[in-house]
Design a protein around this ligand. Sequence first.
Ligand code: GLP
Length: 255
Amino acid sequence: MSPTARVLVVDDDEFGTAAADVVLGLLPADEPRLGIATGGTPMPLYAELARRAQRGEIDLSAAYLIALDEYVGLGAQDCLSYSAYVHTHVAVPLGIAADNVLVPDGLAPDPNAEAEAYEQRIDDLGGVDVQIAGIGSNGHLAFNEPGSPLDSTTRVVALSGQTRSDNARFFDSRSEVPHDAITQGLATICRARAVVLLARGPEKAAALAAALAGPVSTEVPASVLQRHPAVTVIADRSAATELPDRLETRARNRL
Ligand code: GLP
């Protein structure tokens, strides 16, 4: 792991507050650009940000939200799209206007052109200040599946069988899970100024350990974060069980 990485291991009931503290501590005050991961893992973080906004403790209404990925074939009106997720769980509760929300268009007639344009849109905005990321049980980062080039940029990818099975819980059946997605690439993600990697649950333990303590390898896409100079990892205890002692010890000493 990069010498500047921090690893914070927390109880599940403090996950949201710990993650919110870290993210808010890293965000610049002026027009922050927050990279949004979807999925179940960051939900306690988004709920905590919403609570703080509702109590008037924070104001992120001028923030930009930049999604990591989107399913090909699902549009913003589809409640299972990542666009709907970002609006429902983050933009609306934080009072962020739709114009400030970037998500690849899953219904674009030319998904490859949309992927290229999305990469450009992120650059035009000045990049991401803080990227929230989760990790797949197979080590994927966003929808960069095992085998993804470490220097990849935003593109159309085919989802692995493992990922489609993992994500089937959000759909009526596995057959409804799209086969393709538009995802920021590993190089795109690594251009964020800071990355906050979140992991919850025992099914993430092996992937998290491989990503943080194994070799940097295309087979474990999240391992690319070892090359990033400003990564904070927040894991609940069940996701941290396979981390080598040296990582957790450093965390306890530093945080
Ligand atoms: C999904 C998303 C990722 C997410 C990961 C883990 O497929 N594309 O961005 O981080 O897989 O999801 P979850 O948090 O639901 O386990």
